[in-house]
Each structure stands twice: as structure tokens, then as C-alpha cells.
Write a protein of this length. Structure first.
Length: 410
């Protein structure tokens, strides 16, 4: 093999040495914190890889070893941790893939807690950063009660945890709203061209926030979220009647086509009625949450069945669902900025020796919300209290006006 000219060879090695030198200068080994572990829980969401990147880079800059639990809490239970290096994380900013995967496991028995403690002791770790929603925050609080310092990044595309006084939106929500909104916009044009009606199911287990924002961004003609109904008035018939009323009103304007967005948040409060009407049973996961896969089909079918032959004055009605495909989309700039800030802030919380807390972004500033904050956790379940859409808020009124304006147009 022909050798490179010596000058070129030296230049190449000089570049390698320079790169190593730059990386070494990033490290400031002054911290008393030596090791941390990242635990990702719940469903995937856009921005998780960048959150991991942000945490790892901030820790490495401070001379801290960073580990991640494989498959979330399962890794702590099964002693399955792996170290994250600079080379592992530097390119995760726009990534869709969480290097350690995730799980919905909760260590809610003494033997599981003992296994978690044994794993952490074996690796000499007493500082933890969790990434997740309400179930993961519950795990984080359990671990903090065991004497570990924990920082929790607020992640859920549903945007349904922490009061708005502490948070703008949970990360993952902005990306999901943009992706679903783009798909809705395509259906808006398809509805006009065919013509047809589309009933679209948007994710949002306990809140209509995602459905409302996706409908607004996509230009949907109608949006139905559970917060529009008082609990005593929320029935399958009430949902059917409201859908029919608004769709018929649009037909009366001369537009027998359109896009109706319906939040999956209807499915849990109507679960008993849906399963009774469809002669099925409610299924729960290992954490006690209702499995909604069968519910959405039944709930939307009941809306669909409210129209003779699945048609409105001769025009066909189609059902569409947007679900897991939005969870692993490339994160938006808003979610990248939020996860970068939260990841850095989580490490700083551990370095500062502060009490365990949730990390959120409000008005482009980091907010630390200690687990002991009143009104955050449900005293009965121990989980974060769910936040619903405030239909009296200016944000809701503005979104509703924008959708209502589209309602009146082709």
C-alpha cells in the first residue's frame, strides 16, 4: 500500500491530537458527584435522545460517569446498566432512537425495591435522573424516599402533568402536535377533494391538549375534547349528539365534508359504557392503567354508527387514528431546546445538592418543583395529578376561535 506523504500523515495525526485535546478541556473534574444513572420510563416521545445527550454531556463536562438503565426501571431491577460516553451521545440531538430503550415497569413491591437498591449499591450510585410522565415521577418519588437524590424530566406527549404555573408544556407535545397537525391538514384537503368526512382520533389519555393543538395547527373543522363536557353530562349519546350537531351545522352551510378531531381522553371516562355497549371487557396494564386500544375502536365506531350506513347525507365517513408513529418522530426545535435545558438543569440540581425535584420549563426558564410541593401528587395514588385543559383560559378560547373560523370555510 502506498504510504501517505509525511506532511499529510503528520497533519492527520495532528488533527486527531487536537480533537482529543478539545474533548479533554471540556471536562472539569471538580464535583463530589462521581456517578449518575439515567432511567427512561413510559412510552417513547420525541426529544428523549436529546435529553439523554444533554444530561450525559453536562455530566461528562463535570467529570461524572454516566450510566443508563437498559429498558428503564427493568435495568435497575435486573442490574443491567451501561456507561454512556461522549462518543455514544454527541450525535443524539436530532435522533429518534433512545439508546437504552424504555419500559412501563414500576418497582411497587418490596422485593423489586430491594433489587433496585442492590443494583445502585453495586455500582456506587446514589444520584438518579428519570425521564418520563406520571408513572415515572411516581417511581422517582419512591426512590427519593429511599434516600436517593432524584431529578425528573417531565416527558409526555399528552401534556397533562404539572399545573401551568410551573410548566409551558411537557416535552414531546410540541412535536406530536406538529406531526398530527400536518396529517390533519392533508385530510382537510382530501376531505374537500373526495368529498368525505374524516373522524380523527388523537392521543391524549387524560387531557385534550394535544387534540386541540393538533386540530388548530392542522386546520380541522371540528374538535371534540372531554373538557368541553361536564362529567355528569359526558355519555356516549352526548358525544354522538355533539358530533352530529356540529357536522350537520356545517352541512347546512353547504359543506358536506370535513375533519373532526376527537381526543382519546373520552375513552377512559366512557370506558364502562363503551364496554357494555360493545359487550367487551376493560383491560388494565401492569400499572393499573386502562388499555385503550380496544376502547378507541369501539368509541369511534359508536360515533360512526350514529349515522345511518356510516354516512352523513350520502357522504361517507372515514375513521383515522394517529398514535405511536408520532412518538418516535424527529423532535421539533421547541422540544430540542426544552430537553437541552432540562437535561443540563437536572445535572446541576445533583451538583448543587438540592432536594429531589421535577424539572420543567416555564417562560423559557428552568423551574424546579420539589416532590414535596402541595397539589402535585395525588395523596391516594401517589402519582402526579393530571392537568386538564382549562376551557376558561385565553389559550383555549383562542384555539377554539381559530377552529371555529375554519368551521365556517371550505
Amino acid at each position: 500500500m502506498r504510504e501517505l506523504p509525511r506532511a499529510v500523515s503528520l497533519s492527520y495525526h495532528g488533527l486527531a491530537l487536537a480533537t482529543t485535546s478539545v474533548k479533554n478541556r471540556l471536562i472539569r473534574p471538580k464535583s463530589s458527584v462521581k456517578k449518575i444513572v439515567i432511567v427512561v420510563g413510559g412510552g417513547p416521545a420525541p426529544g428523549i435522545p436529546n435529553a439523554i445527550r444533554s444530561i450525559a454531556l453536562e455530566a461528562i463536562r463535570n467529570g461524572i460517569k454516566v450510566y443508563q438503565a437498559q429498558e428503564g426501571i427493568n435495568g435497575l431491577i435486573d442490574n443491567n446498566l451501561f456507561e454512556l460516553t461522549f462518543d455514544d451521545v454527541w450525535n443524539l440531538k436530532h435522533s429518534k432512537r433512545n439508546p437504552g430503550k424504555t419500559s412501563r415497569q414500576i418497582p411497587n413491591t418490596p422485593d423489586k425495591i430491594d433489587k433496585v437498591k442492590a443494583t445502585l449499591k453495586r455500582h456506587g450510585i446514589d444520584k438518579i435522573i428519570t425521564i418520563g410522565g406520571d408513572d415515572t415521577a411516581y417511581v422517582a418519588k419512591l426512590l427519593s424516599l429511599e434516600g436517593y437524590t432524584v431529578a425528573s424530566l417531565t416527558k409526555t406527549i399528552d401534556d397533562d402533568v404539572l399545573p401551568y404555573q410551573y410548566i409551558d408544556h411537557t416535552f414531546g407535545w410540541d412535536t406530536a402536535a406538529e406531526v398530527i397537525g400536518n396529517e390533519i391538514n392533508s385530510l382537510v384537503h382530501g376531505a374537500w377533494a373526495l368529498p368525505t368526512w374524516f373522524i380523527v382520533r388523537s392521543m391524549g389519555r387524560a387531557s385534550g391538549s394535544l387534540a386541540l393543538e393538533a386540530a388548530r395547527r392542522g386546520g380541522a373543522h371540528i374538535c371534540l375534547i372531554p373538557e368541553q363536557f361536564k362529567n355528569s353530562q359526558l355519555t356516549i349519546k352526548a358525544l354522538q349528539d355533539e358530533a352530529k350537531r356540529q357536522m350537520q351545522a356545517r352541512v347546512d352551510l353547504g359543506f358536506n365534508y370535513g375533519v373532526v378531531v376527537v381526543s382519546e381522553g373520552f375513552e377512559i371516562p366512557l370506558a364502562q359504557e363503551i364496554t357494555k355497549a360493545s359487550e367487551t371487557q376493560i383491560v388494565h396494564d401492569n400499572n393499573g392503567n386502562i388499555c385503550q386500544g380496544q376502547l378507541f375502536r369501539q368509541c369511534h365506531k359508536l360515533i360512526y354508527d350514529g349515522f345511518p350506513g356510516g354516512k352523513l347525507e350520502g357522504i361517507k365517513i372515514e375513521l383515522k387514528e394517529f398514535g405511536y408513529e408520532v412518538r418516535t418522530e424527529k423532535p421539533s426545535n421547541t422540544d430540542i431546546r426544552s430537553t437541552t435545558m432540562q437535561g443540563q438543569a437536572a445535572v446541576q440540581l445533583l451538583l448543587d445538592g438540592k432536594e429531589s425535584a421535577l424539572i420543567a420549563v416555564r417562560d423559557n426558564k428552568i423551574v424546579r418543583v420539589p416532590y414535596s410541593t402541595p397539589g402535585i401528587f395525588d395523596p391516594n395514588t401517589g402519582k402526579l395529578i393530571k392537568r386538564e385543559v382549562d376551557t376558561n383560559s385565553l389559550q383555549y378560547q383562542a384555539a377554539k376561535r381559530e377552529i371555529d373560523t375554519k368551521f365556517l370555510r371550505p
